[in-house]
Design a protein around this ligand. Structure first.
Ligand code: ATP
Ligand code: FE
Length: 340
């Protein structure tokens, strides 16, 4: 089957055409960093308006590049949440319009399911179940992925998300948004042992995460004025990696899943990838991580999650709601029943 996917839940407008036999036929991602730069973070209203301007054009470009008409597409997938609600509405309503015009079915995809299933787009041998460290701008969770639409959450962050911690630390160091790539770059020339920073919750009995205290410690290290910025960046990155490894090791002890996967924007970080791969090898599990471009937001992962759901017969009606909040380990039915 041929799936058209739309992504607009944060500050990237993205469209992709993906087949159910894992061919990425065409794709585009357009970021909005310049529009938000003066404000030091993503401004929801500006993001939503930019999606309105950009997304329909991207649909046309992707179809043209692939040489297919809308009628050749089997189904249309769009992120229906969680995320900034204005942007989610733009993408979901665009997809509904395309579905209505073409008579093709709609798939209202959970953005987190896009991240969670993304490794299967490029790793055909990755079967269910697998333990997933989902580390992104808004989330930091350990999930057992048991099948399409079947997720068991083992742990989450009790305060900031991992990507959020990178972004806040970067801001403290005077680096541009998004902070993750900037910190990774600066950390290359720094000493990861130079600045003593805490590893919140490491050693605790439940595999949860916490990054707020780490951010405060970075703030103090910057204020002290005695450390080189590259050493702070490297030490911060190492602290996050140490938290990931300790918490994921504990979760692996509670899951029989034969494979470990890391996905979400922070999984683009090479230190994170290397440390989790070493952990998987030490624990006798298979390891899988998507390429960097598939870790940060894109529409190929939304089209792919759509393909997986389409194959399972999980299509949605044109009344599918947009959701600002949408936990992955809760079915759409349960959320609707709860009146969310
Ligand atoms: P969510 O997926 O939770 O809704 P999001 O879609 O905004 O949030 P992603 O695009 O998945 O987040 O990830 C973006 C986050 O990943 C940002 O916080 C960014 O700083 C971080 N990130 C991106 N590249 C890297 C990197 N190389 N190292 C560390 N962090 C990174
Ligand atoms: Fe994301």
């Amino acid at each position: 089957a041929l799936l058209l996917g739309l992504e607009s839940s944060c500050d990237d407008s993205a469209v992709a055409l993906v087949t159910s036999d894992r061919r990425i036929v065409a794709q585009r991602v357009v970021g909005q960093n310049q529009a938000h730069a003066p404000f030091g973070g993503v401004v929801p209203e500006i993001a939503a308006r930019a999606h309105v301007e950009v997304l329909p054009g991207l649909v046309g470009e992707v179809l043209a590049e692939a040489g297919v008409a809308l009628g050749d597409v089997d189904a249309i997938a769009a992120t229906a949440g969680p995320g900034l609600i204005g942007g989610v509405l733009v993408g979901l309503l665009t997809a509904k319009g395309l579905a209505l015009a073409s008579g093709k079915p709609l798939l209202a995809v959970n953005h987190l399911e896009g991240h969670a299933l993304s490794p299967r787009l490029v790793d055909p041998d990755l079967g269910f179940p697998y333990l997933l460290l989902l580390a992104s701008g808004g989330h930091c969770q350990l999930l057992e992925v048991r099948g399409v639409g079947d997720y068991r959450r083992l742990a989450t962050t009790i305060d900031d998300a991992a990507g959020e911690a990178f972004d806040k630390a970067a801001k403290l160091l005077g680096l541009p948004y998004p902070g993750g790539p900037a910190i990774e770059q600066l950390a290359r020339t720094g000493d990861p042992r130079a600045v003593p920073l805490p590893r919140p919750l490491v050693g605790s009995g439940e595999p949860h995460f916490s990054f707020a205290g780490l951010k405060s410690a970075v703030q103090r290290a910057v204020a002290a004025g005695t450390h080189r910025p590259e050493d702070i960046a490297a030490s911060f990155q190492q602290a996050v990696v140490d938290c990931f490894v300790d918490r994921t090791r504990l979760a692996l002890g509670r899951s029989d899943a034969p494979a470990l996967v890391v996905a979400g924007g922070v999984a683009a970080n090479s230190s994170v990838r290397a440390a989790l791969q070493a952990l998987a090898e030490a624990e006798g599990r298979r390891f899988s991580v998507p390429p960097g471009w598939l870790c940060t937001d894109n529409a190929a992962m939304i089209a792919w999650a759509g393909a997986e759901r389409y194959a399972a017969g999980m299509v949605d009606g044109l009344d599918a709601p947009a959701r600002a909040r949408w936990p992955l380990d809760q079915s759409a039915e349960a959320v609707r029943g709860a009146g969310v």
